[in-house]
Design a protein around this ligand. Structure first.
Ligand code: COI
Length: 332
């Protein structure tokens, strides 16, 4: 058995090597992403392990299938960048890693909320200029707030556990109700109800066609004045122009954005200076003291990266050996 792993960063390589040695399976780790230019390198392999934010296009998937490779294992959760028609047409089996470390994302999300609530970025900015006054607005304690958790999958539930540790009240919305949470009576029936009650909105939903720009002007209008928005999930969930307007009006008191709808090609790149960042709306957000932008790093912990690499390799091995795997994603 031979597996090719695309887009392997330096921090992932030791985990690939560890797995390969333990399993006695050859894994070719290449730095490049899976594109039209690099797909030929997959010829002769039995499966491919991948992670990238750029699309897995129909043309690349068709080429992989031509080489007889229909076992594709993603090292991340989101599958929104995979061409579903090409998957179905070619009979691909695609796996993801649905739970590499829900805690990684949950911990980061709550960290950013605490920074917003306690105004630590403002203090840091002022202190850098020699100002040690109690200058920013007086802070709010999380234990006095209601957090509205949208989507109660593994990450949403991990975040909830931390919010609870701080003593916050939780309300949740999800199309699918988790039986344990259902018993606790924390679900509201509609998003409107969640918007009405929540002081903080914590987004943990995958991106789908249905929820594109779910947080838009209409949704912001239904929220409490001075709401905080946390998005460690997907940029497409928020209409950026409408968020900027809601920040301008004060409707939204602060936002922590680890994702951005136009992040591909911008996040995880170095432009050399703030001015050179090629996105005016992103810079508008980044300039604000009450907005925390981070370049999609909520997941980026040692635990998560090891699990992403090794769970994906396990999935790929299972697919090659048996045609089945625990984490096969349905594209229907
Ligand atoms: C995902 O797992 O889908 C993520 O959003 C994290 C990714 C940047 C590795």
């Amino acid at each position: 058995m031979k597996i090719i792993a695309y887009g392997i960063r330096d921090d992932e390589r030791p985990y690939v090597e560890e797995w390969s040695k333990e399993q006695g399976i050859e894994v070719k780790a290449v730095k490049e992403l899976l594109t039209d230019e690099t797909v030929d390198q997959a010829e002769g392999f039995d499966g491919a392990v991948v992670y990238q934010q750029k699309p897995y296009t129909a043309s690349v998937l068709d080429k992989l299938a031509k080489f007889g490779i229909t076992n594709l294992s993603l090292r991340n959760v989101g599958v929104d960048n995979v061409d579903a028609d090409a998957v179905k047409r070619n009979g691909f089996k695609v796996t993801n890693v649905p739970a590499y470390s829900p805690a990684a994302i949950a911990e980061f999300t709550v960290t950013e909320l605490m920074r917003l609530l306690r105004h630590t970025p403002q203090y840091a900015n002022r202190q850098a200029k020699g100002d040690l006054q109690w200058a920013p607005d007086i802070a709010t304690e999380l234990n006095t707030l209601t957090v509205g958790v949208i989507a109660t999958g593994r990450i949403g539930r991990a975040a909830m556990q931390i919010y609870r540790g701080f003593g916050a009240k939780i309300v949740a919305y999800d199309v699918f109700h988790n039986p344990e949470l259902e018993k606790e009576g924390i679900y509201v029936d509609t998003l409107d109800e969640l918007y009405k009650q929540a002081d903080v909105i914590s987004l943990h939903a995958p991106a789908t066609k249905e929820n594109f720009h779910m947080l838009n002007a209409e949704a912001f209008g239904k929220m409490k004045d001075g709401v905080y928005i946390l998005n460690p999930a997907r940029g497409d969930l928020i209409d950026t122009d409408d968020l900027i307007a809601a920040l301008d009006s004060g409707k939204v008191a602060g936002a922590a954005l680890d994702v951005y709808e136009k992040e591909v090609g911008i996040f995880n790149a170095d432009f050399g200076s703030f001015d050179a960042i090629p996105d005016e709306r992103l810079k508008n957000l980044m300039k604000r003291e009450n907005v925390l932008v981070s370049p999609h790093i909520a997941f980026y912990t040692k635990t998560a990266v090891r699990n992403m690499v090794q769970f994906a390799l396990n999935n790929n091995k299972q697919l090659i050996e048996t045609g089945k795997a625990e984490n096969v994603v349905s594209f229907d």
